[in-house]
Design a protein around this ligand. Structure first.
Ligand code: SAH
Length: 342
């Protein structure tokens, strides 16, 4: 069975040709898929025999809405979507001044095992296919009745651990006949899988890249992120420099401030020294609470002091405003199923 939501527009043209139909059928079907249909019956432009033929060889792979929670304070909505195999992933709808943003998951679970994050607590279940990544956005558009113009691939999972499907999804997001989202409005966040960072510079130079750093030194990073064992910070930063040289795009470094772990003023100075001269921006996020973990986030005031040290040394920095923390929809709080929340 061919899964139609995994196809680019060109692939869908090829698919229709391969089943002995005219390529222009792709125009009718592709558009419809991203207008929120779930069944072939709803594609009324097609004749009944053609719809039946499609049913026998293809399927419209959609995610299933299982649960929705709304933040009382900021309009953020968190969705739990079911995907094939009994897995579930979370996605978040956020309203920012510059437009509506969807935060989507790239995997059910995660195998990166960052010490402070909820998403990896039960390990990896499986990577999502491109259609499942895209349909999180379509489903949110359907549910809210609002258009989404920005996407961040910052839900559960490590997008670069599911690289090929990620690239396919990015291409489909961008299709004019589909969701038509500008690549410059999409951000992918990685914990630092270095070979993929360079591939990404070639494959998707227009998409924004965020790298989860969370430490100013190997000593601290090793305590927080198992991925640090396979790549030192100086290797990671040198790849990041190459990325910016090649793409001329600024990298965002994410840094979750954890009380007493990585948030001293000395840590800020160390970080500034390591990032000196780089085309980058640091996004400070006071750590969000995850019930199973002992770490605590730094106070907002403290985060601002940390930011002041960076900016006095010429590093661009913002302290991120967290949306949706009252429904555990903030960074690092997304997990496999809402049911498992303590
Ligand atoms: N695997 C990717 C995508 C996750 S994006 C990555 O590691 O970048 C989510 C961001 O939230 C990452 O920067 C992640 O490190 C961060 N994060 C994880 N747990 C968090 C927590 N409890 N509080 C704040 N940020 C957290």
């Amino acid at each position: 069975m061919k899964q139609l939501k995994n196809m680019t527009y060109d692939e869908m043209r090829g698919f229709f040709e391969s089943i002995g139909e005219k390529k222009f059928r792709a125009d009718q079907v592709f558009r419809k898929l991203y207008q929120g249909i779930d069944t072939f019956e709803q594609i009324t432009e097609l004749s009944k025999p053609l719809r039946e033929k499609l049913e026998s060889c293809a399927e419209i792979n959609s995610v299933q809405l299982l649960r929705k929670q709304e933040s009382a304070s900021d309009g953020t909505k968190k969705y739990l979507f079911g995907v094939r195999g009994g897995h579930a992933v979370e996605s978040v709808f956020m309203k920012y001044k510059y437009g509506n943003t969807a935060c989507i998951s790239s995997q059910a679970g995660c195998r990166m095992g960052c010490a402070f994050c909820a998403s990896g607590i039960n390990g990896l279940e499986r990577g999502l296919n491109a259609g499942e990544m895209i349909d999180q956005v379509s489903a949110i558009e359907r549910n809210t009745g609002e258009r989404i113009g920005h996407i961040v691939v910052m839900g559960t999972g490590e997008p670069f651990d599911n690289y090929d499907e990620l690239i396919r999804a990015l291409n489909i997001f961008h299709e004019e006949k589909g969701l038509n989202i500008s690549l410059r409005n999409i951000t992918v966040s990685t914990c630092g899988l270095t070979e993929k960072i360079m591939r990404f510079a070639d494959d998707m130079p227009q998409v924004n890249l965020a790298v989860s750093l969370h430490a100013p030194s190997d000593e601290i990073r090793l305590k927080l992120m198992p991925v640090a064992k396979s790549c030192s910070m100086s290797e990671l930063l040198s790849i990041c420099r190459k990325y910016t040289e090649k793409t001329h795009r600024r990298i965002t470094f994410e840094y979750a401030l954890i009380e007493g772990v990585n948030d001293s003023m000395e840590n800020a100075a160390q970080l500034a020294a390591r990032l000196r001269g780089m085309l980058c921006h640091v996004n400070l996020i006071p750590l969000n609470r995850v019930s199973e973990k002992d770490f605590r986030g730094s106070a907002r005031k403290h985060a601002e002091k940390f930011a002041a040290v960076l900016s006095s040394k010429g590093i661009e920095v913002t302290v991120r405003r967290e949306l949706g923390s009252d429904i555990s929809a903030a960074c690092g709080q997304l997990r496999l199923t809402a049911e498992s929340e303590g």
